[in-house]
Design a protein around this ligand. Structure first.
Ligand code: GBH
Length: 473
């Protein structure tokens, strides 16, 4: 075996966060129940031709009405934490605090109480892509007034739910919101400019300051943001320019933490100018306001890519702006999603990169997981393999590279609405039978596998650890 793939025995730190995740639009359903307003994803999925098989989140996993089932699933996995997101239009139907929908707040209060009763701590995301349509109608993230709207929304959540929450995530993947939602149109709302990224960063900073000024002293939680970052290797390891292309890919995906970081390197300044050349510059006061507004590094990671530079001339699209194209190596194992190949080695390298680049922040992996498509097979060996290899790479980063890793989150608890590809790709630890109107959750084989890693807090040496822990096969 190459050094990279050898398993390492050992355990994570005490009180390690072991979690699994979902997002409101992907699981809740109940799209018009109890006063919920419409979101941009309601509109997008109801637009013909946008989603595979005309799938929508109208019902999804019906988690809005099946909370008990979800809690039972979490208990079965034995997670210490559960990451879910709040549907903004369920709380504020037109996006503003003019009207607060008490039924929506009650749903999340009840969810928090049920989790706490089950001894599971919540990790709550404020924005996992389902913007109130009413705000989109006035420009959404392109309109800078959204910064104030987001700040007010965050304030409502901190005030009403904050006493029960210790871990907050403002935005899930600003890069996806900006590039897929606005630059490429693969996601809602399908409009163009990068200005969205600029406004998201400011919105995040305002929410962090609200928490810091008004709630931190009494609630004592942590607030951060989550980026999606692949790891990138040079396509040709003998070409210097491919190394630079790979480095740029990773820098750009993590860009937001450079802005939040008190010290901006000259490389970052260069990248910012280059990528966001059509954007207003942040003023020194704005930079000051943004700097340092994170309490940990939130990371969603799925796979690695190979990078090389391409000059697209004057064409305007994201790859052209970046000047880099990424591909995968055909020897890497495939999964149920074309963009996702099994590359466990990259996660350790990425964690080491984050440690070095951002001065050793505490890191929470807020998503990591794998999909299948096609016929149902509850014996998901590929997922067991994926979790075993990836989580072991996280252990190596912790024990061998001294990375300050404090948590790991498996995406996803349930098979759910996988955005543009609908229900055709399934990331769940639990299978959700969509042909049964009751939408029962059935554990896949990976549930007991992940659960044993959790119970053993990693991969203790079987010679000294409990017998039911991971054993080399
Ligand atoms: C996560 O994003 C999301 O947070 C989560 O909601 C989602 O269910 C999960 O991934 C699984 O997809 O099809 O070539 O356009 C992960 C980052 C970035 C991965 C966009 C998929 C689309 C590539 N995602 N990417 S492509």
């Amino acid at each position: 075996l190459p050094e990279d793939e050898k398993m390492l025995y050992g355990e994570f730190k005490k009180d390690f966060i072991w979690s699994s995740a979902t997002a409101s639009y992907q699981i809740e359903g109940a799209w018009r129940e109890d006063g919920k307003g419409l979101s941009i994803w309601d509109k997008f999925t109801h637009t013909p031709g946008k989603i595979s098989e005309h799938d929508t989140g109208d019902v999804a996993c019906n988690s809005y009405n099946k909370m008990e089932d979800d809690i039972a699933a979490l208990k079965k996995v034995k997670v210490s934490h559960y990451r879910f997101s709040i549907s903004w239009p369920r709380i504020l139907p037109d996006g503003t605090t003019k009207y607060i929908n008490q039924a929506g707040l009650n749903y999340y209060k009840k969810l928090l109480d049920s989790l706490i009763a089950a001894n599971i701590e919540p990790q709550v995301t404020l924005y996992h892509w389902d913007l109130p349509q009413a705000l989109q109608d006035v420009g959404g993230w392109e309109n800078e007034t959204i910064i104030e709207r987001f700040k007010e929304y965050a304030d409502v959540l901190f005030e009403n739910l904050g006493p029960k929450v210790k871990l907050w995530i403002t935005f899930n993947e600003p890069f996806v919101i900006t590039v897929l939602g606005h630059v490429q149109g693969a996601h809602a709302p399908d409009t163009l400019p990068y200005i969205v990224g600029h406004n998201i960063i400011k919105s995040h900073a305002e929410a962090w300051h609200v928490y810091n000024d008004k709630y931190r002293a009494s609630q004592g939680g942590l607030v951060s943001i989550t980026v999606n970052s692949d790891w990138a290797e040079p396509r040709n390891p003998y070409k210097q320019e491919d190394y630079e292309a790979a480095r740029n890919v990773v820098e750009i995906l993590n860009l937001i933490f450079n802005l939040l970081h008190p010290l901006m390197s000259s490389l970052i300044q260069f990248l910012l100018e280059f990528l966001f050349s059509r954007l207003p510059e942040f003023t020194p006061e704005e930079i000051k306001r943004i700097n340092g507004t994170y309490d940990y590094f939130g990371l969603n990671h799925y796979c690695s890519v190979l990078a090389f530079p391409v000059d697209f001339g004057t064409t305007q699209h994201f790859e052209a702006d970046r000047g880099v194209v990424v591909i995968s190596d055909r020897t890497w194992l495939e999964t149920g999603s074309v963009w996702l190949r099994m590359t466990p080695f990259g996660l350790r390298r990425l964690l080491k990169f984050i440690k070095d680049e951002y001065r050793n922040p505490p890191i929470i992996i807020t998503e990591n997981g794998v999909s299948e498509n096609g016929p149902v097979d509850l014996n998901d060996v590929h997922r067991k393999y994926y979790y075993e290899k990836y989580i072991n790479q996280v252990l190596k980063a912790y024990l061998l590279d001294d990375v300050n890793i404090i948590g790991y989150t498996a995406w996803s608890l349930l098979d759910n609405l996988e955005w543009g590809v609908g229900y055709t790709e399934r990331f769940g630890l639990f299978y959700v039978n969509r042909t049964d109107p009751d939408l029962p959750r059935t554990p896949k084989a990976s549930v007991s596998f992940y659960s044993s890693i959790i119970s053993c807090n990693g991969f203790p040496d079987p010679a000294s650890g409990p017998q039911e822990c991971w054993n080399p096969t």
